[in-house]
Design a protein around this ligand. Structure first.
Ligand code: FAD
Ligand code: FES
Length: 276
């Protein structure tokens, strides 16, 4: 398939997750395209609307779901506002999946800490589903999620459900707490003292605002997690998504082609420098 050519997909469902966040559930209209399409957790699609533009969005659905794929989107500007108006039956163009996802084989046999901030949880949802479906291949799993406001937490039922799985813990933190909140008040890193993991045999995957991921990576390394077992999902402006235009350049890497998932040693030389 030509990776520059959008394929038509139909909106088959839509969930309003919060006032500014929604999920679209999609299916390719061409059955042959649908049958041959699959993605790895951590990859993204380019969503195209004629006359408006194209944006990179992580795939947030279960990779084993053959009926549909989903995207969870925060409204921030022109394109995401237009996507928010879509209803079941509407059609858009989809290119993808693109990028290097989470290093699934390198998580096997290890404890796994999934650390996310804000909507950062979207790219890890597909990974968590993957881990839960193959639970015995992994050690203990800690899902550590930070949000600005306790009311910002999406998918409370999913977190409850994951937390009931064997050897799986969900830890929540919010900067501002209102009402009943099962987590702590404070930054996501304040939860690290509660982690019951074998840090010497732990791998971590992270998504969210860059300063949060940097603080979290340092927090885990201080506890003994090996730098090369920490992976971060990066976001940059994108256009081609296939390593041609250079819009997503990060040092000598292109986030669309070489990422969006990078290991800490790959990012460390540049991540502290302004402008990268
Ligand atoms: C690999 C990848 C995966 C992504 N996954 C998701 C996802 O799952 N869900 C989701 O809601 N968004 C995701 N994004 C971000 C999304 O692509 C942008 O929010 C979107 O392009 C904004 O388009 P717009 O036309 O609505 O806003 P614009 O009008 O382009 O921008 C509005 C505001 O948002 C800021 N902005 C634009 N792009 C980004 C960006 N990439 N990161 C941070 N701020 C940005 C702009 O600086 C501006 O302030 C992802 C981005 C990348 C690169
Ligand atoms: S978006 Fe064009 S090189 Fe990455």
């Amino acid at each position: 398939m030509n990776p520059l050519l959008p394929r038509e997909a139909e909106v088959i469902g839509r969930d309003q997750e919060s006032p500014t966040i929604f999920s679209l559930h999609l299916r390719f209209t061409d059955a042959r395209v649908a049958a041959g399409w699959h993605f790895e957790p951590g990859q993204f699609n380019m969503l195209y609307m004629a006359g408006i533009g194209e944006v990179p969005i992580s795939i947030s659905s279960d990779p084993d779901d053959e009926e549909r794929f989903s995207h969870t989107i925060r409204v921030v500007g022109r394109e995401t506002r237009a996507l928010a108006r879509l209803q079941p039956g509407d059609r858009i163009g989809v290119r993808g999946p693109f990028g290097r996802g989470w290093p699934l084989e390198r998580l096997e046999g290890r404890d796994v800490a999934v650390v996310t901030g804000g909507l950062g949880c979207a790219p890890t949802v597909a990974l968590i589903d993957y881990l839960m479906h193959r639970r015995r291949r992994f050690g203990r799993v800690a899902i550590v999620q930070g949000v600005k406001h306790s009311e910002d937490l999406l998918w409370r039922e999913r977190y409850d459900e994951w937390g009931r799985r064997p050897e799986t813990r969900v830890l929540l933190a919010a900067d501002v707490v209102r009402g009943k909140w099962p987590g702590i008040q404070g930054p996501v890193t304040a939860l690290f003292d509660r982690l019951e993991l074998d840090f010497g045999n732990t791998a971590s995957v992270m998504c969210g605002p860059q300063p949060m991921m940097v603080a979290a990576a340092h927090g885990l390394m201080e506890r003994g997690v090996v730098a090369r077992r920490i992976w971060l999902s990066m976001e940059r402006n994108m256009q081609c998504a296939v390593g041609l235009c250079g819009h997503c350049q990060f040092g000598s890497a292109f986030v669309c082609r070489d990422g969006p998932v990078f290991s800490w040693p790959e990012l460390e030389p540049l991540i502290h420098q302004k402008g990268f």
